[in-house]
Design a protein around this ligand. Structure first.
Ligand SMILES: [Zn+2]
Ligand SMILES: [Zn+2]
Length: 128
């Protein structure tokens, strides 16, 4: 008789009723995506014990990652309606505003720039 045991890292995305906000890092609209990371012990590939839960919020605009207080994270994990406020957030990794910009299309005719997926320039009708 032998045991197959393992210690693994897991991640779970939590549903968060995300409202749009204006990001103070990149100045654009973003939403928070909330996830939980944890360490777990598995026995025969079945997770039996989880610990070290940490909760993070990531902005969809520029990918800045914030750590959330345990209490806030636990409430989110229970599906409670929590509004994230800047005081709750501890930044762990700054996103890059530049990296988040989708390459803008630029109209060769009138110079109009857009990040939308237009086939034709909405201003002058020139094909992109
Ligand atoms: Zn941002
Ligand atoms: Zn144009």
């Amino acid at each position: 008789m032998f045991f197959i045991m393992g210690i693994n890292q897991g991640m779970k995305e939590l549903s968060y009723n995300a409202a749009l906000f204006i990001c103070d890092r990149c100045g654009r609209y973003g939403r928070y995506q909330v996830c939980m990371t944890y360490t777990y012990l598995s026995l025969f590939f079945i997770p039996i014990f989880k610990w070290g839960k940490r909760y993070y919020a990531k902005t969809s605009c520029c990918g800045t990652v914030y750590e959330l207080p345990q209490e806030t994270g636990r409430r989110l994990a229970r599906g409670e309606d929590v509004t994230l406020t800047p005081e709750m957030l501890t930044m762990v990794s700054a996103g890059s505003a530049a990296a988040a910009w989708r390459p803008a299309k630029r109209c060769a005719n009138c110079g109009y720039e857009t990040t939308e997926d237009f086939e034709y320039c909405p201003k002058c009708g020139q094909r992109f």
